[in-house]
Write a protein that binds this ligand. Structure first.
Ligand SMILES: [Zn+2]
Length: 430
């Protein structure tokens, strides 16, 4: 009797342990539905199906792929969005890096100047191969320019900047082979299973792929502005087929990777190259503090010594100028060097815990400093509930009360879209 109980407990323990070990080994995959929220991506209206927006198609496909993967215990699925909302491109890549994902799959739809273009394409990170695909890069990267937060986050969009080069170097070689493998499998499934026309697998310098520290692909599932293909993209049948193909490709990819790592472990002979460990994302974001000054400098001011992507934060009457933001240690080091080379000798990195709420006080947006605004001014006409303070004859107008830096940056972005530019985030201790 006693022995029997012990056996039962032991077997429960074994089940528990094996479950635990299993959960440790999960293959984490980030599914990224392109665009979302105010960013519809490619869109076109049709008389029969109405408005077809890329953001809706990509979400539908991603949710279907996710549902299939979630049934498989080997996978852990993380979505960059599950709703009609817009996480910035850096939000998406940061999420992937922080969750130490094994794979990043971004789903998009295509559109072209010619409405006769059709078929599927998959992109992997790499140097641009030629100019014929420039249109595609422009379209997908255009999102960055709509996105102020990313402008501040990644100075690296400019391919001539040092951050860009380091980030590019980091990602390119290490994950290219695996990314190409997955890309080939995705396109292969589209052709063999769904009888689609594949335009191929291409290397492209795309932001959403470049900043990921893992194998990543961006899938263009078809053309929104092609008369027939658009209807396939909009249909349940089309979305089912596309998501099954992507799912199959992921399963085949994992099998191939498992085989490969099995083989690698087995061959423990002479030639063991000391493999550089993959860089792991840091827990905090790091910005480079350039200087504190009582003066507010706008973008392009000579005082900023030609650096872009600067986030000023006002604190106790001083403007602190921060440069860049990253959660990769190597990029942080490069950003410090860039700042010092520009002439900010005392620049140093400051850690910011992502989405941390202020324990005391709040953030607000300083929208205007100067003479008293009159009632007809654009700012007073556009924003209600402005707070006005006067100090030594100068008027300070502030707007909003938020508690995280990320929300403050978003609010700033919102104001900019209303035409209110050159605002400064201010930390208020109260
Ligand atoms: Zn897109």
């Amino acid at each position: 009797m006693y022995k029997q109980n012990f056996k039962i407990i032991l077997s429960f323990l074994l089940i528990f342990l094996s479950n635990f070990m299993f959960s440790q080994k999960k293959f984490t995959i980030v599914l990224d539905a392109g665009h979302g929220g105010s960013d519809s991506g490619a869109k076109r209206s049709y008389s029969d199906i109405g408005l077809l927006a890329e953001k809706d198609v990509t979400l539908a496909i991603v949710l279907k792929v996710g549902r299939m993967l979630e049934k498989n215990k080997d996978f852990k699925v993380i979505y960059t969005r599950k709703y009609d909302e817009y996480p910035s491109l850096s939000d998406r890549t940061n999420l992937a890096n922080r969750s130490k994902a094994d794979l990043f799959v971004s789903v998009h739809c295509n559109s072209a100047a010619r409405s006769t273009a059709y078929g599927t394409e998959t992109y992997v990170q790499g140097p641009d191969q030629n100019d014929t695909n420039l249109e595609v890069a422009k379209r997908e990267n255009d999102v960055i320019f709509l996105d102020e937060k990313d402008k501040q986050t990644f100075g690296s969009y400019d391919a001539s900047s040092p951050e860009s080069l380091i980030a590019l170097k980091l990602q390119q070689s290490k994950y290219l082979e695996s990314s190409l493998l997955l890309g080939g499998l995705v396109e292969g499934n589209f052709v063999d299973k769904d009888k689609r026309f594949s335009r191929g697998v291409f290397q492209k310098n795309l932001h959403v792929l470049r900043m990921n520290a893992m194998p990543s692909v961006l899938i263009e599932t078809g053309f929104i502005n092609h008369a027939e293909e658009s209807h396939y993209l909009a249909s349940e049948k089309g979305q089912d087929e596309i998501s099954e193909s992507i799912y199959n490709a992921i399963i085949e990819y994992k099998k191939a990777v498992d085989r490969k790592s099995g083989g690698a472990y087995a061959t423990t002979t002479k030639k063991i190259e000391p493999e550089k460990p993959a860089e792991v994302a840091l827990k905090n974001d790091f910005r480079i503090l350039l200087m504190s000054a009582p003066t507010k400098y706008n973008d392009g001011d000579p005082a900023l010594k030609g650096l872009n992507y600067i986030l000023p934060i006002k604190e106790n009457g001083q403007y602190k100028y921060y440069y860049g933001v990253t959660n990769m240690s190597s990029v942080k080091d490069i950003n410090i060097k860039t700042a010092k080379d520009a002439g900010f000798r005392n620049a140093f990195a400051v850690g910011f815990m992502p989405n941390q709420k202020l324990s005391m006080g709040y953030y607000t947006i300083e929208v205007y400093v100067g003479e008293k605004l009159n009632g007809n001014s654009f700012i007073l006409q556009t924003l209600k509930d402005l707070e006005r303070n006067k100090d030594s004859g100068v008027f300070y107008y502030t707007y909003g009360k938020i508690y995280t830096l990320e929300d403050a940056v978003n609010l700033q972005k919102e104001l900019e879209s209303k035409g209110i530019k050159n605002t400064v985030i201010q930390k208020v201790y109260k």
